[in-house]
Design a protein around this ligand. Sequence first.
Ligand code: MRU
Length: 340
Amino acid sequence: MVDINRIPHSLEFMTEKGRVALSYIDQRKLPDELVIETTADWKQVVDAIQTLAVRGAPAIGIAGAAALALFVTNNGVQSDLERVAEEIATARPTAVNLRWAISRSLEEIKGIDWSDVPNKLINLVLRMEAEDEATNRTIGHFGAALLGDGSNVLTHCNAGSLATYFYGTALGIVYCAAEQGKINRVFADETRPVGQGARLTAWELARAGVPVTLICDDMAASLMAQGTVDAVLVGADRIARNGDTANKIGTYGLAVLAHEHGIPFYVAAPRSTIDFDLEDGSQIIIEQRSPEEVLQHPINGVDVWNPAFDVTPACYITGIVTEAGVFSPSDLTSLDPAVL
Ligand code: MRU
């Protein structure tokens, strides 16, 4: 029996009893331990984003807005606002949601009295949390309609509840389809080097009661070749105007494989992940992470290349599932960002 409520919220902005704080699951410790940290310190939130304690595009957007709210609530001075906002917005470069959340926060407080700013930003974070869950449930509903009965789905990285406030984007589709009895099994790519698939996707699907099988990344081709995969569902960190999509490293390869095997490849993401300012994916900044993620014990004379994301060209994407419906990547170019 599928029950999404068995998955704890990835983060929660708390405003009870005069205390304003962010609590979040330290995702680095999953699946061994479920550790929830609580902090009122905006710098700790930035650190949590940079060290992947909080990760996933929608979740880091909300965490970023929470960090700014904590800064102004805890005696932050107005003259530091711009600097702090920039530090938060650039904590990680690839997911547009972080910049989007900070821009939205600054827009919210434009022209208002400094004494009113804390309440405005606190309320905005709470609104973002509620909107995120509602958005993901709508994405889930649109995406589930694309799947047939008894579907076997392959996913990469974690685009689940843990990567959002709640419910997830790509896994939101899985949860909705599973509630409709359409999911036979989810195959989760391990997702080297950080292992979001092995540690997070597998954990949350099992916890929610969705049948899940873990595979190493290099097993996806064989799984497809034997006809086991009906659809690939992934999330996104930034989608350019032409539909090119940045997501966790390895996504591009999966998309090419899906194309070769005639398997539909869907990207699930909120409207806020689409960067209408970027013509195509070549302009997306790809975060480079530390060599230790790949090679825990350095070997003399061996260098490491560790890009955290890659860009899947739009031609390999069957559909982009958003809260406004399902679009073919080529539709995005002609859409008015204001009405999408
Ligand atoms: O480096 P991470 O773990 O933040 O990367 C996350 C991903 O690439 C997810 O698949 C993506 O953010 C979609 S989250 C709904």
